[in-house]
Unconditional design. Structure first.
Length: 149
């Protein structure tokens, strides 16, 4: 094919209905006519696929699976947020030296265990995790470690 070639094809009834529906919604009529233009509709559909990188040869991710990944990411981060929130509150409310810093860390871990330990019992299916230095599940950020895109 070169430049602008003409392509002809045969459409089954369900394919025609599909294109007619898109053409009606986008108001893609033939010139000076109320009739829907299949060629304009096909061209619009093809342009949409190109702009949005939609390929029938590439396996498209399931949006539900993507949402599960996102929820698991959020879920895994909540104990960390609570730990750091409690840690910061205790640091700001006391004089800080090495001994009191260790006590603050321990109190924050006890606070987490007392209030959010159930989070650690969740098994994630969509994202990888590992344990950090204080035993919290964390989602690794290293290249290739996380399944989240």
């Amino acid at each position: 094919m070169n430049g602008k070639d003409v392509v002809s094809l045969r459409l089954a009834e369900h394919e025609k209905e599909y294109l007619l529906n898109i053409g009606k919604n986008l108001e893609l009529q033939k010139r000076e006519s109320e009739e829907i233009s299949f060629s304009k509709t096909l061209k619009t559909l093809l342009d949409f696929c190109i702009r949005n990188d939609i390929s029938p040869t590439r396996k498209n991710e399931n949006p539900i699976k993507e949402m599960r990944k996102m929820i698991e990411q959020i879920h895994a981060s909540i104990p960390h947020l609570m730990y750091h929130n409690n840690y910061q509150s205790l640091v700001l409310s006391s004089q800080v030296n090495d001994d009191s810093l260790n006590q603050i860390k321990q109190k924050s871990i006890e606070y987490l265990n007392g209030n959010f330990s159930g989070f650690q019992n969740v098994t994630y299916k969509e994202v990888k995790f590992k344990l950090n230095g204080i035993g919290l599940k964390t989602v690794p950020i290293e290249q290739g470690e996380s399944l989240w895109k």
